[in-house]
Structures are given as C-alpha cells and as structure tokens.
Design a protein around this ligand. Sequence first.
Ligand code: ZN
Length: 138
Amino acid sequence: MMHESVSVSFSCPQCHSSGKVAYALWGADGGIRLSASFKCNSCGHTFEADSHDVPEDVRQLFYLENGRWVLKVIELGSNRAATLRGLRDALGLSVAEAGELLRKIPGEVADGTRVEVEVLGRMVQAAGAVIEISRSSS
Ligand SMILES: [Zn+2]
C-alpha cells in the first residue's frame, strides 16, 4: 500500500458551515506527496493544497487512522559504505547522525505514517539494506 487518506472536520472559511478536509498521502518521485482538499456542501467553496512533507498535526491524524509504522534495518548490504550513504540520503542525516544510526542496526531507524515508512523503506532497500516494516504497537 503506497497510498493512505484521512479526513477531518473543518469549518468552511467562507460560510462557516462544518465540512471535512480530506488528506491523501502517497509515494511519488522518490518522496512523498500530501494533498489536502476541501469542498463546502453549503456554499460550494473549495480549496486544494499540495506539499512534500507532512505537518505534525496531520501526521497525528494518519496515526489515529492507520497507526504509526516503523522501519527496521536488519543489516546493511554487502557494500556497507554505499548502503550507509543511501540510508543517509533517504533519512536526510548528517555524518554524525549516520554514525548514531549504525549503532541502532539491527533495529528501528525511522518511524512515520505507513506511506512515509514504505517510501523510506523502498529507498533504503534500493541502497542494499535488508529491512523490515511493521506497525508499531505503541
Ligand atoms: Zn461554505
């Protein structure tokens, strides 16, 4: 599954009727895309917005709906340096942070919504690492 969506109550900015904003999150172009769309059933006011990252309050909505997911790296690939570089790129880490990360392997290296973790997992896997994705129990 590389797509998830959630909707939340929202008051129309135009007429203040209550409606719902629908958020959709999916993997695209080696990253993630988030879109928000709203249509008022009373006055017909609409808006749409797109972004490449997920604001914390929206992330919490996805957690409530689909749970929090974790990415585990079981082992680095045979070319450790290349895999580590791939991990750094995928997770956006500094060299120091990558050093920290090494100590966590095998183990959890990132968490997020299901789509975020699946997209990250794909990038890390492409770099040669053996990974595991699971829904967090906490
Ligand atoms: Zn309205």
